[in-house]
Design a protein around this ligand. Structure first.
Ligand code: SF4
Ligand code: SF4
Ligand code: FES
Length: 242
């Protein structure tokens, strides 16, 4: 027989005139390799069909299931209940994003805005001749771009960021990571100066307090600490030269 655990989930429907934020406890028997996603699925099937949370891939790929698990942003589908020695696991929706209901937040709108702000596509004026082989890319550069391109837009780094809580329009680690991904990509002809126009202010790199909560919580282990430092150094140089 497995351990008895309590999943304590925040419930609140901001669309309802009568709903008030409150915690609800659900008792479950832990099963081998049980993730928080499995636990939430069991709760919804057996105990509370009204409990709202998001998921798509169940494999740490889509970024939908991020939530605060015992006070820290994590992916529910990649977090084992057995990783917590305590018998009560507390779930809350991520801060910094609009609440939809219970554990479900709207990250999509924020990420769409961030991608628009950093103009998240390769800018180039070259005509592409699709009858010719693609231009070769330096393997080290390709690897570096791939590394930063692994972001699944889960929002954990944004939920972990104190600056984002204080500064509504702060671009966050995900935004700086996205800018850096295109800055190092030779397909993108934008200069450091062009990127300064996008992220060279207090809502961008100069608002970051460098406490690296983002780096510590990224479930994809994207090297945010080094990426943010590199971007800041480049933007400082551009700023000094102006
Ligand atoms: S290092 Fe910057 S982006 Fe990361 S959590 Fe701190 S303030 Fe936010
Ligand atoms: S950088 Fe990491 S934590 Fe932030 S959104 Fe991307 S995958 Fe999630
Ligand atoms: S359900 Fe896709 S990352 Fe968890």
């Amino acid at each position: 027989m497995g351990r008895q655990i309590t999943i304590r989930a925040l419930k609140f429907d901001p669309q309802s005139a009568v709903s008030k934020p409150h915690f609800k406890d659900y008792q479950l028997e832990e099963i081998p390799s049980m993730t928080l996603f499995i636990a939430l699925g069991m709760i919804r099937e057996q105990l509370d069909p009204d409990l709202s949370f998001d998921f798509v891939c169940r494999a740490g790929i889509c970024g939908s299931c991020a939530m605060m698990i015992n006070g820290r942003p994590r992916l529910a589908c990649k977090t084992l209940t057995s990783s917590f020695s305590e018998n009560v696991i507390t779930l809350m929706p991520m801060p910094s994003f609009p609440l939809i209901k219970d554990l479900s937040v709207n990250t999509g709108e924020w990420f769409a805005g961030m991608n628009a702000r950093v103009e998240s596509w390769a800018h180039h004026k070259k005509e592409v001749d699709i009858t010719k082989p693609e231009e070769r890319v330096d393997p080290d550069e390709a690897q570096s771009v791939f590394e930063l391109d692994r972001c699944i837009e889960c929002g954990c780094c944004i939920a972990a960021c104190g600056t984002k809580l204080m500064r509504e329009n702060f671009i966050g680690a995900a935004g700086m990571n996205r800018a850096m991904r295109f800055l190092i990509d030779s397909h993108d002809e934008r200069s450091d100066d062009d990127f300064y126009e996008l992220v060279g202010d207090d809502d961008g790199v100069f608002g970051c307090m460098s406490l690296i909560g983002c780096h510590d919580t990224c479930p994809k282990q994207i090297p945010l600490q080094g990426t943010l430092a590199q971007l800041r150094n480049k933007m400082v140089k551009v700023g000094k030269a102006r």
